[in-house]
Structures are given as structure tokens and as C-alpha cells.
Design a protein around this ligand. Structure first.
Ligand SMILES: [Zn+2]
Length: 213
């Protein structure tokens, strides 16, 4: 009997090192994306019994967001989402797959700021991209699926509100047994942004979002 060889992975594993953080200590595994040239990181925490996260692991597939994560921008909730994901994964064991080259849902930093400028004139987060002739969301998750497979994980509980992320991971051969909601960092400055993600982009968010200011 012959078996069909699996498609060549889109990523190559480069190095693993242990890094203490304010969220706890993790293994950082660096990967190179052979398609886009970006460097991605898998941040891995063992389970409470010390075992490596395997099948059914809690996983956050997180898109790089310089403005939200490095500068604390309140226009999105990426910073608080990443913080919360690292805390949960440190506690329960699991992986944060951090994908670079995903700034502004894939349009890049400069066009993201161009879209913000249009939002000052009243465009919502989706229409601003479209007005610039850019896709609403061009992020691809094939690299994330390959990184999970490299970790020996082919079934996950996905920490996300985004059904499109789930759909793509499933398309790339990862079983997503559960979508675990991650609703944090909601405030007056990003309510409209989150409403658009819910009403126009299919994100699973509460109908009336709580505001913390
Ligand atoms: Zn963001």
C-alpha cells in the first residue's frame, strides 16, 4: 500500500530557548516562514503536570499588532488579548502561535495607519480598508497549522472569537474541537471596531459589549 506524502511544510524550525516573562516562563520556538519570509514564534507552556501540550491543547493563534502590543493603542484589543492568552496558557498549558506579517489584518503597518486616518473621517475598520483598495482581511493561517504539526499537535481548542481563523486551520488539517471565546480589552475607544468585527466580519462577540471606560 502506498501513502500520499504530506505536503511540504511552509515553515522551518530554527531554534528553541527558554524565556522568563511577566506571564511566567515559556519555551520560545522560532520558525521561518518559507512562503512570506516572516519569522514566527510559538510560545509553549507545559501542562500543570509538566507534560508537553499535545492533542486537545489550548492554542491562541495571534496576529502581530505593533500598535496594540508595543504602544498600548486602544483602537484594537490585541494587547490585552495577547496578555490574557499568555496568562491562560501559562496556567493550563498550551501554545500561543505568534504570526508576524499580520499587521492590520495583513495590510501592513503603513496602510494600517492610513486606514486609521480614514477612520478619523468616520469610516469603520472594514470600509477603511476597502476605500484604500485593500482586502478586509488577507491573513493566512497555513504557517500556524504547520507550526502546530511541528509541535505534534493536530487537535486544538482554539482561543479566539474569529470563525475564519477556525475555518482556515481546519482547511489546513487541524481539528478544532472548540472555539474558546477571548473577550478582553473592550473600551470606549474600540467599541465601534468590535461592533464591526461582530456585525460585518462574523466574529463571535457579545451583542452588547461591556465598556471599561
Ligand atoms: Zn491590534
Amino acid at each position: 500500500m502506498t501513502t500520499t506524502p504530506a505536503a511540504a511544510p511552509q515553515i522551518s524550525f530554527e531554534v528553541e530557548t527558554t524565556v522568563p516573562t511577566t506571564h511566567g516562563t515559556f519555551a520560545f520556538r522560532a520558525y521561518r516562514d518559507l512562503v512570506t519570509g516572516a519569522d514566527h514564534i510559538a510560545v509553549v507552556a507545559t501542562r500543570p503536570d509538566g507534560s508537553a501540550p499535545g492533542g486537545g491543547a489550548l492554542v491562541r493563534v495571534h496576529s502581530e499588532c505593533l500598535t496594540g502590543e508595543a504602544f498600548g493603542s486602544l483602537k484594537c484589543e490585541c494587547g490585552p488579548q495577547l496578555d490574557a492568552a499568555l496568562n491562560i496558557i501559562h496556567e493550563q498549558g498550551g501554545v500561543v502561535v505568534y504570526l508576524r506579517g499580520h499587521e492590520g489584518r495583513g495590510i501592513g503597518l503603513v496602510d494600517k495607519l492610513r486606514a486609521y486616518r480614514l477612520q478619523e473621517d468616520g469610516y469603520d475598520t472594514l470600509d477603511a480598508n476597502l476605500a484604500l483598495g485593500l482586502p478586509a482581511d488577507s491573513r493566512q493561517y497555513g504557517a500556524a497549522a504547520d507550526i502546530l504539526r511541528d509541535l505534534g499537535i493536530d487537535e486544538i481548542r482554539l482561543l479566539s472569537n474569529n470563525p475564519e481563523k477556525r475555518r482556515q486551520l481546519v482547511e489546513h488539517g487541524i481539528v478544532v474541537s472548540e472555539l474558546v471565546p477571548l473577550v478582553v480589552g473592550v473600551g470606549a475607544d474600540n467599541e465601534g471596531y468590535l461592533d464591526t468585527k461582530r456585525d460585518r466580519m462574523g466574529h463571535q462577540l457579545p451583542g452588547h459589549l461591556p465598556s471599561d471606560g
